[in-house]
Design a protein around this ligand. Structure first.
Ligand code: FAD
Length: 480
């Protein structure tokens, strides 16, 4: 031992205080364990709170207000052009983060969790060296690895603070409103942040190497979004690759390869949103028995145990889907497994939401996956132009889609595009978790007029008794 080292012992050391880590720490403390929660940030929240879900949705909420106000003129209400005060927007975003981070800090303290700022590096299966902290080393009985993920970079491109080539964190810092912004990547982060900047006045060009936006999402659900984005973005280039990026003065020079007329273009700023990679390197995992897959994600079983009996892992660092609610669910499982409860991460579905305008949400099996698995399914789509509530809100660019087992009529998958898809999808998730059949959805009385009726009415189309669709017709073949 080095003289002057401060060594601490704990039952459970959680490394990383994102939604996965703080959920694990809080649950473990509630179960009576002595818990230390270590993070490089002083307060819990992780990528989700400081540079991800919360700041992006705070800004998307403003984007939605701005877009909505622009769409009401033909209904008889006209607003002035919005006046953007970037300083105030940043302050509002920081206030939201601050309020939530303070709340988490207090919740941790009140539970008796030791919240420690510092960077952890394993020195074996039972100890972690801590850098930039008052504690030098922590010895643990069990550790939960919850170090999350970070944005991937393009080869040879470094994200510099205040640089014009930004990752999602740089874009969320909202340094200025570039006149022109190139978004590289048609996944949800690129589309969401592109939407934010478009609403603030930037001209957005988006490039995606694949031949569709949101490649992992059902194309039926993406179609209304693509139509909308082609109105608010200057250009969307699919099957296009960025061959080079060069920051020159106040501009970024780019060369594209693929489906684009002008391969050489310059932009005020560039957002690189091409995916995320696990924070599993530089953690000293080679001093433990933890194993990783070829992409560096930590391998776990359904009880969140790694191949090292003392170490569990949760959240983004364990692989797809990289979502906060998956991380927090796994965190609770890990804590319960540590105290010997028979818990497992055995969720039937993990819903996902894209907070664009319109929003997209889905859970369970998609039509493409079902076909690949040769599963016998039936599919119905309910276009929102049939919905009274959607029409009253001028939100008819939506769709509800349900996938069921052809024989048992058990619901297997839901997809929703449209206003408040984020809220509506939970009914689908519950239905699948409960093993619901179409009849259950159809017989559940949904309040009128609401967008939730579209779920029940989609079920009724299957059963041939939907009021707004003629018997024997498909939902998407009908109109009022
Ligand atoms: P993280 O939240 O990544 O937290 C990991 C923590 O570990 C960090 O605080 C980090 O400081 C700490 N850490 C890392 N290494 C060390 C170390 N060696 N020592 C100490 N501490 C360490 N997900 C959603 O579900 N919904 C959304 O709407 C959504 N929007 C997003 C928008 C953006 C722009 C981004 C970037 C992400 C978004 N996500 C969203 C993804 C979400 O943020 C992640 O899935 C989630 O944060 C993962 O949680 P986690 O607990 O695994 O790790």
């Amino acid at each position: 031992m080095v003289m002057g080292e401060l060594i601490q012992e704990t039952d459970v050391l959680v490394i990383g205080a994102g939604p996965g880590g703080y959920s694990a720490a809080f649950r473990a403390a509630d179960l009576g364990l002595d818990v230390t929660l270590l993070d490089m940030q002083k307060r819990p929240g992780g990528e989700c709170l400081f540079q991800g879900c919360i700041p992006s949705k705070t800004l998307l909420n403003l984007a939605e207000l701005i877009h909505e106000a622009r769409r009401t003129e033909f209904m008889g209400v006209t607003f002035d052009q919005p006046r953007i005060d970037l300083g105030k927007i940043r302050a509002w975003k920081e206030k939201v983060i601050d309020r939530l981070a303070n709340g988490l800090f207090t919740l941790g303290e009140k539970r008796g969790v030791q919240l420690l700022k510092g960077q952890g590096v394993f020195e074996g299966s039972d100890r972690v060296r801590v850098y930039n902290s008052e504690i030098s080393q922590i010895k643990f009985r069990r550790a939960v690895l919850a170090t999350g993920s970070r944005p991937k970079s393009l080869p040879g491109i470094e994200f510099k603070q205040n640089g014009r080539i930004m990752n999602s964190a740089g874009a969320l810092a909202l340094t200025d409103i570039p006149e022109s912004l190139l978004v590289i990547g048609g996944g949800y982060i690129g589309l969401e942040l592109g939407t934010v900047y478009a609403s603030l006045g930037s001209r957005i060009t988006l490039v995606e190497t694949q031949n569709r936006l949101l490649p992992e999402v059902d194309p039926d659900l993406v179609l209304p979004l693509k139509e909308r984005l082609s109105k608010i973005f200057k250009a969307i280039h699919l099957s296009t690759r960025v061959l080079s990026l060069n920051e020159a003065g106040n501009r970024v020079e780019t060369i594209f390869g693929g489906d684009v007329d002008t391969p050489d273009q310059t932009f005020d700023r560039v957002l690189v949103a091409i995916g995320r990679q696990p924070n599993s390197d530089g953690l000293g995992l080679n001093t433990t028995k933890v194993s990783m897959d070829a992409n560096g994600f930590v391998v776990v079983d359904e009880q969140q145990r790694t191949s090292d009996e003392r170490i569990l892992a949760i959240g983004d660092v364990t692989g797809s889907p990289l979502l906060a609610h998956k991380a927090s669910h796994q965190g609770k499982v890990a804590a319960e497994v540590i105290v010997g409860k028979p818990s497992a991460f055995d969720a039937q579905v993990i819903p996902a939401v894209v907070y664009t305008d319109p929003q997209i949400a889905w859970c369970g099996l998609t039509e493409e996956e079902a076909r690949k698995q040769n599963r016998s399914i039936r599919v119905e789509r309910y276009p929102w132009k049939l919905s009274g509530r959607a029409t009253s809100m001028n939100a008819v660019d939506g769709l509800t889609k349900i996938i069921v087992d052809a024989e048992t009529l058990r619901v297997l998958g839901f997809g929703i595009t449209g206003r408040n898809a984020e809220g509506l999808i939970s009914e689908g998730a519950l239905a699948i978790e409960m093993g619901a059949q179409l009849e259950d959805l159809a017989l559940t009385i949904h309040p009128h007029p609401t967008l939730s009726e579209t779920l029940a009415e989609t079920a009724e189309i299957f059963l041939g008794r939907a009021a707004h669709v003629l018997p024997g017709r498909r939902g998407d073949a009908n109109g009022p």
